[in-house]
Design a protein around this ligand. Sequence first.
Ligand code: HGY
Ligand code: MN
Ligand code: MN
Length: 413
Amino acid sequence: MSGAKAVREDRLWQRHVDMARLGGLPGGGVNRQALSAEDAASRNLLASWAAARGFAIFTDAIGNLFVRREGSDPAAPPVMSGSHMDSQPTGGRYDGMYGVLAAFEALEALEDAGVATRRPVIAVAWTNEEGSRFQPGAMGSAVFAGQYRLEDMLQQRDWEGVVLKDALAATLKAAPAPLRDGPPGFPVGAYVEAHIEQGPRLENEARTIGVVTGIQGSRRYIVTITGEEAHAGTTPRAARKDAYAAATRIAAAMYAATTDADDMLRFTIGRVEVLPGSPNTVPGKVTFTIDMRHPEDAVLEAHEGQLAGIVGRLAAPCPAGIERVTNVAPTVFAREVVDLVRAKAAALGLSHMDMPSGAGHDAMHVAHLCPTGMIFVPCERGISHNEAENATPADLAAGARVLVEVLEDLANR
Ligand code: HGY
Ligand code: MN
Ligand code: MN
């Protein structure tokens, strides 16, 4: 039997239902923040499923969780597949989780079909892909791929001031797994990530499989504006250093400067913090995040200069600064993996199309280590980072069938 024939739609769907209970929200979505109790619970659930199948599990110093199915050549660099289990605060139940569960389903299908592979095959759940609690996002995969230093990431704080090192220790205590010695990272033969598209193209074009060719570039910034707290009733406008008034001038100018004619640039201010946050005190400090993305690095570079210029021009009388938190260049996936995904989708008789990814994924970092590619499946109306995110059991299983065929091929090279 082939791996694809051993993929079970019902089993894969039920695992999504089981995982969605962890951090489940009334609207049907999930809030499973990185390194939270809910994250630990999802790690334990995945580990229990792995143990039941006799797969080895292990973790690393940044908390990435690995499930290993042995190959005939245990020393060979493994083929890996996975994604993330952490979510947005009002996230959907498929973003990230589908890639982890499709990878686990692939291991189970290989086992059920009795398929031997030369290379070990590993399913991985990367730590903190979303970056909504701790910045930067795609942290676990970036440390694994040597893009970020472990020591720097361990010192990161969330919005409440919790240090990542402490949250990680608590998570690994609540969800213990054998720790692989040494710094995160090991040789990998190839990596393929399955994910919902998080956009409407597959649904609009009635295709089941997205053959992902690459990921657009993305940069994140934090703008900090320092004003002067003052009494809302007694302080004349001329005497104020109102940090929020400066923030609104700056934000308005940034939205105008990033309104490109072809609507390709993605500019988002997702989080604003106004301090002290009292109705009758003039704000003394405002910070806000910027998430900016485009397929061309030169466009991002040009706009980065514009953003800095706007902050410099419009912040007065409040001192202000803009700090770049992440800068991930556009990713082009390996031709041999892209071609293999397309060939396996065709061989399974699944409609498919080549397409770039607008969303960021762990694959953008792993691509620095080994031949990497992605497989997309549709999500309803392209909605994601929203509790209404939805997918069908048939599409999820179709993506897993392509995945297991691709992994088997790569693991026998
Ligand atoms: O932000 C992203 O692109 C990903 O969904 N975390
Ligand atoms: Mn994701
Ligand atoms: Mn996401």
